[in-house]
Design a protein around this ligand. Structure first.
Ligand code: NDP
Ligand code: MG
Length: 397
């Protein structure tokens, strides 16, 4: 039997390493065709030694050269490639069956779209790509016949709670009442609002339940992550923002739910470990082991729920409104957020200024319909430049 051939975009990240951990447990099912990273060549080197991919892709030629030399010294035959075009090339290569899209942020858009257009099985972790380009992305999925499977734990949970025929028949004919998107509320669920201005990057990245990359950790602390996920869910499942209810669930055991018209509510549960959704999507429709601890109900003892406050989480409101407005607004929101989060991690702005930068960027940039990829990239650039200008103004004070 032919093994499934996998390309991992963002192999050195939190999702990338978890994906390799699942793959490592199933050498009879999977082989690694390509691994990509931005600059972590030490880890990419180790991964190439272990998995011997045909290709490794980096963003700078300097890094690529030094990785190629080290691989040659260790008799590893992986070829090292550089740059955006090569990234898209490996993601759409004929010898690839499945692409894990796990680059963080807008940088993941073009290679992920390349995988979609090449009709790959695309495992989507890179929510920013879908948030930016929603309509175009989903249209490309439809036209190519690519299989799109969600890795984001909430969306993977929703997918698992929907009937199998939802893609073919359309969700509106599945007897669904709404979708309940759960979120832990992050590390500052009970922190006094007066202390938000002095939150440090390390505090914001210390998530109570999940270990993740720094950008998504900050997004979880502001709940922009839940906002991006709301937008992501609208596109993935073809629902309106009003059909999504965001519920705080600090234990992160229920990963999301689907409410049906007959009163049934289906939930997917598990320990907060990304290897579960990764293994689910990799093996779908089969099931494989993922190395995840079984859920111990006696130890959890209780599951609690509450309503998120927009005062505590203004980013959640901004994201919901952006989706309601539509057009290029989600792309502008995403770009402004990326700039603001980077500035916060760089200690240029305070935690509570993230939402201010985003809101100001949205008012100072222009709404437009999204007609093609260029209109998405224009909106992204426009908002990125504007947000940077606003950040520089804050940083000067
Ligand atoms: P990380 O920051 O841990 O990893 C990001 C990966 O992308 C790394 O391999 C990094 O390479 C690479 N990368 C970064 N910038 C670029 C660039 N400009 N060009 C090419 N490659 C780049 O992020 P996560 O793994 O946490 O998140 C990845 C995606 O998955 C995000 O979109 C996130 O929202 C989503 N996600 C993550 C979850 C999690 O639990 N972590 C849960 C749900 C969704 P290098 O290491 O060299 O910098
Ligand atoms: Mg999530």
């Amino acid at each position: 039997v032919q093994r499934e051939s996998i390309c991992i975009l963002g192999a050195t990240g939190s999702i990338g390493t978890n994906t390799l951990d699942v793959i490592r447990r199933h050498p009879e099912r999977y082989r690694v065709f390509a691994l990509t990273a931005n600059q972590n060549i030490d880890l990419l080197f180790k991964q190439c030694v272990e998995f011997e991919p045909e290709y490794a892709v980096l963003t700078s030629s300097e890094h690529a050269e030094s990785l190629q030399i080290r691989l040659a010294e260790h008799n590893v035959s992986s070829k090292v490639l550089v740059g955006d075009e090569q990234l898209a090339w490996v993601a759409s290569h004929d010898h690839v069956d499945t692409v894990m899209a796990a680059i963080v942020g807008a940088a993941g858009l073009l290679p992920t779209l390349a995988a979609v257009k090449a009709a790959k099985k695309v495992l989507l972790a890179n929510k920013e790509a879908l948030v930016m380009s929603g309509a175009i992305f989903m249209q490309a999925v439809k036209e190519s016949g690519a299989t799109l499977l969600p890795i984001d734990s909430e969306h993977n949970a929703i997918f698992q709670c929907l009937p199998e025929h939802f893609v073919a028949r359309g969700i509106q004919s599945c007897g669904i009442h709404n979708i309940v998107l759960t979120g832990s509320g992050g590390p500052f669920l009970t922190k006094p609002l007066a202390e938000f201005s002095v939150i440090s990057p390390d505090e914001a990245c210390a998530h109570p339940n999940w270990t993740m990359g720094r950008k998504i950790s900050v997004d979880s602390a502001t709940m922009m992550n839940k906002g991006l996920e709301l937008i992501e869910a609208c596109w993935l499942f073809d629902v309106q923002p009003q059909q999504i209810e965001v519920v705080l669930h600090p234990q992160s055991i229920i990963h999301s739910m689907v409410r049906y018209q007959d009163g049934s509510v289906l939930a997917q549960m598990g320990n907060p470990d990304m290897r579960t959704p990764i293994a689910h999507a990799l093996a779908f429709p089969e099931r494989i082991s993922a190395g995840v601890e079984p859920l111990d109900f006696m130890q959890i003892s209780q599951l609690t729920f509450e309503q998120p406050s927009y005062e505590r989480y203004p980013c959640l409101k901004l994201a919901k409104e952006a989706m309601e407005q539509g057009g290029n607004t989600p792309a502008r929101l995403n770009a402004a957020n990326e700039v603001a989060v980077a500035a916060f991690l760089d200690e240029k702005i305070n935690f509570d200024q993230i939402a201010v930068v985003i809101q100001q960027t949205l008012t100072e940039t222009v709404y437009a319909e999204v007609i093609d990829l260029d209109s998405v990239l224009d909106a992204d650039k426009q908002a990125r430049d504007r947000a940077q200008h606003i950040v520089d103004g804050f940083a000067a004070n």
